[in-house]
Design a protein around this ligand. Structure first.
Ligand code: ACO
Length: 429
């Protein structure tokens, strides 16, 4: 029997249907609310607001479940590759061998950025933050592929645009790194897999070939899988919002990169390492920083802790913590910040402040320690997250376009001045 909720307002009764997802999540469908009652709902930060129906990612924050297209994140991280997962997210099912080979070949074939983009990068200051640089370059790709500007008309351009984005992102990221060091750029090499190619472009120099170490490439691949989608988070909602106006895909992804940059979102992975280094420099006094995070007169927060939707544990953090131990062990690296992070987690998880607010380590808490062990510089951490999140953004954009979603346009409650008479400049006091 279909369920409904009844709203009584000014003595009148209104009925609204309950919509249910495949995992029994329920929502009140209030799409007729304003027409029928004149009311809107208020939910600042959208803590209780569903913005879409989606069949891409399922997440249960209470039980710590994360699935892409029905597959558990733990299993995907263990058994799949990042490009396999990208295919899964974008097309809905795991690829066959020939589908995957075609996908990988197309990505390789579309990975060389236009010369004009490389020249643009040459004019960007070397100290620029790579997130801002890559957001700008991705947006600028529209200029070089003008048909991609309106993909609702130029449908043949959809797949080349997707291939270019997945192919070029790591190339642009590595070029950005080389630019930051004023070093010559290394072009993509089709003989490598996705992650080894990125590592080669990052760490080879002309004449000195870096041989991507399989342990490093595999660890990177796993991190990208763990970041690949996370349903309607801030950056993904941004991609869908921008896309809902029919803006081109490059612009949508550029907007997603910008949204991810903030320290409340993807920018936290850089902040975590900086925080751990600060604690280390301060003699490793972990308890002091836990107290600072609890002090409401202090703006300090434990970076990498807390999450809007995970109120039990973040399954990605569990996998990454284990991976951090494994990767550092295999590479023979001893990183004191890993010990500080573990101590911080241990103290915080026993503390009433964190327990009562359901604050746990999130995906960013341990990821930076692995990135650093792989040789990725700290300023690049959030960009690594963006490379990982890219297939998720693309899948969500594609789903939104296929759903023919209406333009996103929330309402507000106005709390400014009522109408007042204009005072000419000369009469103003
Ligand atoms: N350290 C200390 N206190 C915290 C923390 C933290 N990291 N996170 C939340 N709290 C406290 C808040 O002060 C608040 O306390 P109060 O109820 O006494 O006022 C309570 O917990 C709820 O916090 P909100 O900020 O209301 O929760 P929200 O869901 O809006 O924010 C967020 C989630 C932004 C992730 C927050 O926990 C945070 O700032 N964490 C640190 C930054 C971080 O790690 N971001 C990455 C998130 S994961 C990702 O985006 C990939």
């Amino acid at each position: 029997m279909s369920q409904t909720v009844e709203l009584i307002y000014e003595g009148k009764s209104y009925t609204y249907p309950i919509k249910e997802g495949t995992e029994n999540e329920k929502a009140i469908d209030i799409s007729k609310l304003r027409d029928e009652t004149g009311l809107i709902t208020m939910d600042v930060g959208y803590k209780n607001t569903g913005s879409t129906y989606s069949s891409i990612t399922f997440l249960d924050g209470e039980q710590g479940i994360l699935r892409y297209r029905g597959y558990d994140i733990e299993e995907l991280a263990e058994k799949a590759t990042f490009l396999e997962v990208s295919y899964l997210l974008i097309f809905g099912d795991l690829p066959t061998q020939s589908q995957l080979s075609h996908f990988e070949e197309q990505i390789k074939a579309h990975s060389l950025p236009p010369e004009g983009i490389v020249k643009m990068l040459d004019h960007i200051p070397s100290e620029a933050h790579p997130m801002g640089v890559v957001a700008a370059l991705v947006s600028a790709l529209t200029a070089f592929y003008p048909k991609s500007w309106d993909l609702s008309v130029n449908k043949d351009e959809i797949m080349p645009t997707i291939y270019r984005l997945i192919g070029m992102m790591p190339v642009l990221a590595a070029m950005c790194y080389k630019n930051s060091m004023k070093a010559p750029k290394i072009m993509p090499n089709p003989k490598y897999d996705y992650c080894s190619n990125f590592l080669n472009m990052m760490f080879s120099t002309p004449g000195i070939l870096y041989t991507p170490y399989p342990v490093v490439a595999q660890a990177l691949d796993k991190l990208l899988i763990l970041h690949a989608d996370h349903e309607q988070n801030c950056s993904t909602s941004t991609v869908r919002t921008v896309g809902s106006s029919q803006a081109g895909l490059y612009s949508c992804i550029s907007a997603g990169i910008s949204a991810l940059w903030g320290k409340s979102h993807g920018g936290a992975n850089q902040e975590v390492i900086e925080m751990l280094e600060q604690i280390k420099a301060d003699g490793g006094n972990v308890a002091k920083y836990v107290e600072m995070a609890k002090d409401k007169n202090n703006s300090f927060r434990l970076m990498g802790f807390g999450h809007r939707v995970y109120k039990n544990f973040d399954p990605r953090a569990k996998i990454i913590k284990k991976a951090a131990d494994e990767v550092l062990g295999k590479l023979g690296i001893s990183d004191p910040t890993l010990e500080i992070a573990k101590k911080l987690e241990e103290i915080a998880l026993k503390d009433e402040y964190f327990i009562s607010r359901k604050l746990f380590p999130n995906v960013d808490f341990y990821s930076g320690i692995i990135y650093r062990a792989l040789g990725i510089p700290v300023e690049m951490f959030t960009l690594m997250f963006a490379i990982g999140r890219l297939p998720g953004w693309i899948a969500q954009w594609k789903e939104m376009i296929e759903q023919k979603q209406a333009i996103v346009r929330p309402r507000q409650i106005y709390i400014g001045p009522k109408q007042r008479a204009f005072v000419p400049l000369a009469e103003r006091k």
